[in-house]
Ligand binder design. Structure first.
Ligand code: NDP
Length: 279
């Protein structure tokens, strides 16, 4: 079994949920867009799990701003474990600098888990969507994750080269998680379109899915997994208050899925409960 006694009690469902990062040997994790929503909850649950990673790098585009207060409070509680660092995923200079800063702090120069979570959604209808909105969506949701992977790859490769990683033990392979969405599934478009047309968001996330496939193929030789995960429709600023899934439940589900990934899941899109979503 891949369960350990890290327990989160959902305030929405009252269910006790077991969160584990034990199956995935996880000394160091990086999360982008970690000052609110799913990113903040990822950092919280990672830090508060029974077997927490020794180093959690929390990327945030304005660490000193008012929107980073919750993250700063959390980091203060776990000051030995959580390091906040500035990262604007739409800015290549910021990404390069972030890789320098994080690289200098990684205990053994290796990163086990990179979660590309930061994203923007953009307008709802075709009429509201123009060049600017399409480009902004693409830059933040596709180019950002691509450049982040490129800049942090040496650290993931170092993790992959450590004894015990890969080679028949795929659950301890380093992993890249691209947070995607059901709305990017072309096969499901006829079911989801009327709920949320969102041209910029859907097309950029569909491109993120292709990026996931390309990276998964590319990094097979390195022993690095690359998987896209749909967090569900979640109660965050992006998901809105009417979303059916509480952030705490989505994130505990995602962490459970991440902890049980093996080589066969690389290059796939899974939901927060581990179900395969068609492209
Ligand atoms: P939120 O809008 O609540 O939070 C988005 C996060 O991304 C914020 O921390 C925001 O930072 C950050 N961000 C946006 N642009 C940048 C940037 N250029 N540089 C750095 N950080 C940035 O979204 P969620 O938490 O709901 O979404 C997290 C992920 O889950 C996204 O990838 C989203 O597409 C995906 N998702 C969410 C769903 C939902 O229902 N909520 C459904 C399906 C997928 P800042 O505060 O600085 O703006």
């Amino acid at each position: 079994t891949q369960r350990i006694p890290g327990v989160v009690v959902s305030w929405k469902t009252g269910l006790r949920q077991t969160v584990t990062m034990e199956a995935r040997r996880c000394n160091s994790v990086l999360v982008t867009g970690s000052n609110r929503g799913i990113g903040l909850e990822l950092v919280r649950q990672l830090a508060e799990s029974a077997n927490p990673p020794s180093q959690i790098f929390a990327g945030c585009r304005d660490p000193a701003g008012p929107r980073a207060k919750d993250l700063n409070d959390l980091a203060q509680k776990h000051s030995k474990r959580i390091t906040i660092f500035p990262l604007d995923t739409a800015d290549p200079v910021s990404i390069k600098e972030a890789s320098r800063v994080v690289g200098s702090k990684l205990a053994d120069g290796s990163l086990n888990l990179l979660i590309n979570n930061a994203a923007i959604n953009g307008p709802r209808t075709l009429q509201e969507t123009g060049l600017k909105e399409m480009v902004e969506g693409y830059v933040t949701n596709v180019v950002g994750p691509m450049l982040i992977v490129k800049e942090f790859l040496p650290f993931l490769q170092r993790a992959a080269a450590q004894p015990g990683s890969g080679a028949g033990r795929s659950c301890s392979m380093p992993a890249i998680i691209n947070v995607s969405t059901l709305l990017a599934s072309m096969e499901k478009c006829h079911e989801t379109f009327s709920l949320a047309p969102m041209y910029s968001y859907r097309t950029s996330k569909a491109a993120l899915n292709m990026l996931t496939c390309c990276l998964a193929e590319d990094f097979k030789k390195d022993g690095i997994l690359v998987t896209a995960i749909h967090p569900g429709w979640v109660q965050t600023d992006m998901g809105g208050p009417e979303a059916p899934v509480a952030t705490v439940d989505s994130v505990s589900g995602m962490l459970r899925v991440i902890s049980s990934l093996t080589a066969k899941h690389s290059g796939t899109l899974l939901d927060w409960e581990g179900n395969r979503i068609p492209w």
